[in-house]
Design a binder for this molecule. Sequence first.
Ligand SMILES: NC(=O)c1ccc[n+]([C@@H]2O[C@H](COP(=O)([O-])OP(=O)(O)OC[C@H]3O[C@@H](n4cnc5c(N)ncnc54)[C@H](O)[C@@H]3O)[C@@H](O)[C@H]2O)c1
Length: 278
Amino acid sequence: MRELRDRVAVVTGAGSGIGRALSEVLAEAGMHVVAADLDLADAEAAAEAVRARERRGLAVEVDVTDRGAVEELARRSYEAFGACHLLCNNAGVLVMGTALAPVPEQWDWVVDVNLRGVLHGVQCFVPRMLAQGGPAHIVNTASMAGLAPSPRVAAYTASKYAVVGFSECLRIDLEEHGIGVSVVCPGGVKSRLFEGRHRPSDAPVLSSDDLAAVARAGSPDSAVLIDPERVARAVLDGVRDGDLYIVTHPQMRDQVEARCRDLLAAFDKAAARQGAPA
Ligand SMILES: NC(=O)c1ccc[n+]([C@@H]2O[C@H](COP(=O)([O-])OP(=O)(O)OC[C@H]3O[C@@H](n4cnc5c(N)ncnc54)[C@H](O)[C@@H]3O)[C@@H](O)[C@H]2O)c1
């Protein structure tokens, strides 16, 4: 979707980090923005930042795990602006630890926010986007953790692989309707993600041991935390170019290459076992 000026964006998780930066960068590109977040005060601050850029900004409190609340977000967005041209399903949470570490409430939380939150956005907005007609686009926020495995992030990775797979299929299914789909897969970004705000139990979402294990596994380059604004600008470029995958850390290419190599090797091995040419 090349033309953004005077069009309408809805951003979830707009109160902080990548969502806040998206709200500002999209406003600078001429969009009106609905800034939605679990934290209404933070959503208000994002909407105010939009208005400071002389665009219309509306703050809405939403819990993306609650389908009814996301339906209400869609209703209020269309009531205020009459359209949604760009839906950014960005709200997300992190739980670290080995695959067996997260307690059931943490699994529910990470899957409910990261996967079901995206699903709810699509279910509540797409029927309205189809009815409004004209070009529209959806950006789902996954992660590098949705493209390649790392130690101590199994639950988060499971949710983000699901977002990548869902987005890939959604793009195919919506293509004939003129709605584009992108999935943004950032590496480390400076934000409040690591604070574990809004977590459902007292169990910590990460330990220094987890962080050390991740640091040992990755290259020093991959540990670099970038400003959220860089992610927002990459999203803007990706939306304009209609990209499926939007990545922000080219230095992390090796991890994806290694996974692809392993996958393709499995096909070669299967072919060899079956006596067929690879
Ligand atoms: N920070 C990183 O290193 C990084 C890397 C890759 C992907 N991501 C992804 O980027 C997205 C944004 O995260 P961030 O890094 O800006 O973190 P952040 O914690 O700074 O911002 C996330 C926002 O989402 C909101 N939120 C949390 N649960 C919610 C819910 N149930 N309903 C509505 N809003 C809710 C929070 O209040 C917060 O304002 C997430 O999907 C995250 O997984 C982050």
